[in-house]
Design a protein around this ligand. Structure first.
Ligand SMILES: Cc1cc2nc3c(=O)[nH]c(=O)nc-3n(C[C@H](O)[C@H](O)[C@H](O)COP(=O)(O)OP(=O)(O)OC[C@H]3O[C@@H](n4cnc5c(N)ncnc54)[C@H](O)[C@@H]3O)c2cc1C
Length: 562
């Protein structure tokens, strides 16, 4: 029987943060220092390099997890040497970090263990003859896209330039151009990966089809990848803008839902649409620090407005009450700002389906270079300062012919978040975005040999909700997890009830709904939702018989019974 577990090193790690590293861990750090001679290859607590690395997480709360040492390999050979040392010390835990953007405790962070930071394993090269790019896991997507921009080609990569590369690619990866070319993982042609025995392997469809398929979207199960060979595509300017509507709430939400449900008809449009936002935790006794943080968050929202575009009424709600006034009065006109992004010239009539039929109050936009769009987000990063963050996700089937589902999601969220936010100790906020996960992802995946999620060309439409939390006080960590969990649990039950009511023909709705690892919360059983979990587990066991990755490293793991 296959036992599934989600993240290793759960909430216990914070409690252990102040513990003293074991003698074996200290010795492993010493051995790695000897194996990687050089001034800055291994950093110890309180050094500048150590402090700067452990403070560089999207979830700043992870800085509380203090590794015994941070190692900075420069290439695959260095990684191999580290793996060989780790094999000598079976009780030493470790984590692999590329960009550090997973907000989940223990995924790319470790208390009292060895942190393998891939910051220096970096660089992008274009191979014109093969039309592929060689991309290393350190650094950020804006660097990759900037390096490729002069070639007129690009890769399926992050939608925000600040996002890390390694984890994004290992865990699936949705891009603005995924509607046309599929998931980022399905565009990986070859992995250069250090396996559990320290071997540096080149894994591709020709030499190991099963492993190649299993690695696409399975996270950090099989090794540390030091280079990705990625398919490239021609790219010119994208048309980016916003559309302003002043229409009744129900009209907007139903048209928006129709657009997501029919996304397959418009594959060159973006794959990310803000659905809801809420904000609370500032009471009459707000401290000076709280007010400062609120101003920072307001700036962060401001810099998004007009591009990522919160609905304007949500924006108001974000800084007033969490209850949407429009939800209470569905007939009243509200103002809605809808983001537009098309890979190509200006959107033509029909691109946005039912949304094109609503009266448009105003539309702004223009053609922008792809690399520049990705850079828009770079300014946000410093504004996040010391914010704590959380992720959670749910995969839903598109439901053509069932208008009202988005509005139901909204009222469900408002009720649940308002209840939990009452207990907030500091500022708390959530953004919920809808990401089309169309049938085209299955087409692209199957055409290239498949992935760990088991997507196929027979799939029907899905979309993924990402529930992204921002907060300032560690004391709110449990509440932030709880609000997300109650929301996804309630939504799941609601979906089942909706399907049972026979509003829709069951055969028209996708029933296989795997979770998207890149957006999942730490307690979500991602592999439990993968239909090929047993096959992946058997493969994992065969390449990692001693459980180096499955028992000792952070990240989502499939337990193999070792
Ligand atoms: C602001 C923001 C925007 C985002 N936008 C998108 C988006 O557009 N599309 C999308 O799909 N996702 C998006 N995400 C989610 C993002 O893809 C994940 O957070 C991902 O983990 C980021 O990659 P990373 O390199 O920073 O991962 P890390 O946090 O460094 O690592 C995540 C996991 O991957 C493992 N890992 C990392 N590198 C390697 C490697 N080389 N070999 C083996 N294992 C490795 C780590 O051990 C860890 O378990 C976004 C996240 C944020 C915070």
């Amino acid at each position: 029987m296959v036992h599934i577990q989600s993240l290793l090193y759960g909430s216990l790690t914070f409690a252990l943060a102040a513990a003293i590293p074991s003698a074996a861990t200290r010795q492993a750090c010493n051995d790695i220092t000897a194996a990687l001679p050089g001034l800055d290859n291994v950093a110890r607590p309180n050094s500048m390099r150590y402090n700067s690395e452990i403070n560089d997480y999207y979830n700043h709360g992870l800085a509380n997890l203090k590794p015994a040492c941070v190692t900075f390999p420069k290439n695959a050979l260095d990684v191999s040497k580290i793996v060989q040392v780790l094999n000598k010390y079976p009780d030493v835990k470790f984590a692999v970090k590329s960009g550090g953007h997973s907000p989940n405790e223990g995924a790319a962070s470790v208390a009292d263990g060895v942190l393998v930071a891939l910051r220096d394993v970096t660089g992008t090269q274009y191979d014109a003859a093969k039309q592929v790019a060689y991309v290393k896991p350190g650094g950020h997507w804006f660097e990759v896209l900037a390096a490729l921009a002069p070639t007129g080609r690009t890769v399926v990569g992050g939608r925000l330039g600040i996002v890390g590369i390694g984890g994004y690619l290992m865990q699936g990866g949705v891009s603005f151009i995924s509607g046309q070319y599929g998931l980022a993982a399905d565009n990986i042609v070859e992995y250069e990966t250090v396996l559990a025995n320290g071997t540096i392997a080149k894994i591709n469809m020709d030499n190991n089809k099963d492993l190649m398929q299993a690695m696409r979207g399975a996270g950090s199960q099989f090794g540390i990848t030091t280079k990705f060979t990625l398919r490239t595509y021609p790219i010119e300017k994208l048309w980016v803008g916003v559309r302003v509507y002043e229409v009744p709430h129900a009209d907007f939400y139903n048209a928006f839902q129709d657009f997501i449900d029919n996304y397959s008809n418009h594959p060159n449009s973006a794959t990310l649409y803000p659905l809801l936002a809420s904000f609370d935790g500032i009471g009459p006794k707000a401290s000076q620090a709280d007010l400062q943080t609120k101003n920072l968050m307001q700036q962060a929202f401001d810099s998004l407005a007009g591009y990522s575009a919160l609905r304007s009424e949500d924006y108001t709600a974000a800084f007033g009450t969490t209850k949407s006034a429009a939800a209470a009065a569905p007939k009243k006109n509200g103002t809605y700002i809808f983001p537009l992004l098309v890979n190509g010239p200006e959107p033509t009539s029909g691109t946005y389906a039912e949304m094109d039929k609503l009266p448009v109050k105003n539309q702004f936009g223009g053609s922008v270079l792809y690399a520049d769009i990705i850079n828009v987000s770079n300014a946000i990063w410093p504004l996040l300062g010391s914010m704590r963050t959380s992720f959670r996700t749910i995969t839903l089937p598109t439901q053509k012919g069932n208008p009202g589902f988005f509005a139901e999601i909204e009222s469900m969220w408002n009720e649940i978040s308002a209840k939990h936010y009452k207990t907030a100790k500091g500022i708390v906020s959530h953004n919920i975005v809808a990401q089309p996960f169309p049938q085209a992802f299955g087409n692209e995946s199957e055409a290239r040999g498949g992935n760990a999620m088991g997507l196929t060309a027979k799939d029907k439409g899905r979309y993924v909700l990402e529930i992204a939390g921002l907060y300032v006080n560690d004391a709110d960590a449990a509440m932030m997890q709880a609000v997300g969990k109650e929301f996804t649990d309630t939504l799941e039950r609601h979906l089942q009830r909706t399907l049972r009511r026979n509003v829709l023909q069951a055969s028209a709705v996708e029933s296989y709904l795997p979770l998207f690892m890149n957006d999942a919360g730490s307690d979500q059983d991602v592999f439990g939702t993968y239909k090929e979990a047993a096959k992946i587990a058997a493969l994992q066991k065969s390449v990692d018989p001693n459980g180096l990755w499955s028992k000792r490293a952070g990240g989502y793991k499939i337990r193999t019974g070792i």
